[in-house]
Design a protein around this ligand. Structure first.
Ligand SMILES: NC(=O)N[C@@H](CC(=O)O)C(=O)O
Ligand SMILES: [Zn+2]
Ligand SMILES: [Zn+2]
Length: 448
């Protein structure tokens, strides 16, 4: 494949030649070779495929919410070429057998994947850590979907066991003893968007996140472990992670939404950790823009609309996001909030280097040919009904996004927005949405 005249995040306009799934050459003025597929990028933006280090694709156990097939199509259509699945499935990924079973399901994936292992009282560290885990995590220090919360003693044992094997640990850091129970007697409102979900934000306090992060990083330091704090939602939490020697991630919902949005989102804005005050959101945004935060990951946590149509205390926690992460970040870049290089680093280069995925995250010779092409002049409004996840809704409905035209995984086109030759059985005049096409599910485990 030869991609001609692509603009990289640093502004260089280059040709990119791939061969056998790998980037061969990056320079301008390359001549096409016999039989080579040529893609004219027309100076559109070519980003390394995003690595979303935090998704819940729900398989096995909750296939009505998502599967590797549907979740990875959503990833591909959002410019994400590697996803990392979390362990709160059924069975939970807490032993070698459960890991192997999940790995078989994951072979349906359109994009590359990593599989995390989880910790519960009944986990089997021997067999689990024997498998090619992406990371141990997310290790839940408080209950979230799946009720896998554990105490600090078990956390310490888990960190020690993972570190022995050179495996990084990702942490869901909230301290349930610091939740504000008094909120439970507040006016809960109705169901779904009528629910008073601000109570959820008031209940799972910012202080509970900061305290749990402080504890997690100190356990990490005691064991000389590699700790990554998942979905930090507060500036205090980010500072605690960074000063404690951990890396941290921020999710698009904590970057673009706040408690001020809960009036219209209701339970569709309930997740863990919860949405924070607008002032905290802005401070988190600043820390992403200035490079304090290491990565953006989505915590893509689909639940059906029916499941969300409950009261504030009964609806499940979590929102989808794998398809809208890069589009939202690029739209914000187009508005001048951060550079394209920042987007590239937060979504590709940094996750690759933090988790030691040596062949991904960079458009340079020798790396995997994972990338996506974007037309920065084509901002559109995000619509839940056009996304490819099983989840029919998005908390980002109506917000600006810049979606990819083309997504490539190890040299294979997995998603094409406006195929140059439309499929013959579709009359292009009959479709009002842009036509699009998926390639084959070529996904492989990034750890062998
Ligand atoms: N974030 C959430 O609110 N929910 C996640 C679990 C998690 O990441 O805590 C889910 O699996 O639904
Ligand atoms: Zn979590
Ligand atoms: Zn999660």
């Amino acid at each position: 494949m030869l991609i001609q005249d692509a603009t990289l995040a640093d502004g260089r306009v280059v040709d990119v030649r791939t061969k056998d799934g790998t980037i061969k050459t990056v320079q301008s003025g390359l001549d096409p070779q016999d039989g080579e597929r040529i893609i004219d990028a027309d100076e559109k933006l070519l980003l390394p495929g995003a690595i979303d280090a935090h998704v819940h694709f729900r398989q096995p156990g909750f296939e009505h919410k998502e599967t590797f097939e549907t979740g990875s199509r959503s990833a591909a259509a959002g410019g994400v070429t590697t996803i990392v699945d979390q362990p709160n499935t059924e069975p939970p990924t807490t032993d070698g057998g459960a890991f192997d079973q999940k790995a078989r399901f994951a072979s349906d994936s359109y994009v590359d994947f990593g599989i995390n292992g989880g910790v519960t009282e009944s986990w089997d560290p021997e067999s689990l850590l024997d498998r090619p885990l992406f990371a141990l995590g997310e290790v839940f220090l408080a209950d979230s979907t799946g009720e896998m919360g554990i105490d600090l003693e078990l956390f310490g044992e888990a960190v020690a066991a993972a570190t022995d094997r050179g495996v990084p640990v990702t942490v869901h850091a909230e301290d349930a003893t610091m939740f504000d129970e008094s909120q439970q007697s507040g006016d809960a409102g109705g169901i779904g968007i009528e629910a008073n979900t601000d109570l959820w934000s008031a209940y799972r306090t910012a202080a509970a996140e900061e305290a749990a992060i402080e504890r997690a990083v100190s356990v990490g330091q005691a064991h000389n472990a590699q700790i990554h704090i998942a979905h930090t939602s507060t500036p205090e939490g980010i500072d605690a992670a960074v000063s404690g020697g951990a890396t941290c991630e921020v999710c698009p919902h904590h970057l673009f939404l706040s408690r001020d949005d809960l009036g219209s989102l209701g339970t569709f804005g309930r997740m863990n950790p919860p949405l924070r005050s607008e002032a905290r959101r802005q401070a988190v945004f600043e820390k992403v823009a200035d490079g304090t935060v290491d990565i953006i990951a989505t915590d893509h946590a689909p639940h059906t609309e029916t499941e969300k149509q409950q009261g504030v205390w009964d609806a499940p926690s979590g929102v989808p996001g794998v398809e809208t992460m890069v589009p939202l970040l690029l739209a914000a870049a187009a508005e001048g909030h951060w550079s394209l290089e920042r987007v590239r680093d937060l979504t590709a280069a940094n996750p690759a280097s933090i988790f030691g995925i040596e062949t991904k995250g960079t458009i340079e010779p020798g790396y995997d040919a994972d990338f996506a092409l974007y037309d920065l002049s084509r901002t559109e409004q995000i619509r839940g009904e056009t996304l490819h996840t099983k989840c029919t809704w998005t908390p980002f409905e109506g917000m600006d996004g810049i979606f990819p035209e083309l997504t490539v995984v190890r040299g294979s086109i997995v998603y094409e927005r406006n195929p140059i030759a439309p499929p013959i059985d579709i009359d292009i005049d009959d479709v009002d949405a842009p036509s699009e096409r998926f390639g084959d599910p070529v996904g492989q485990n990034v750890r062998q």
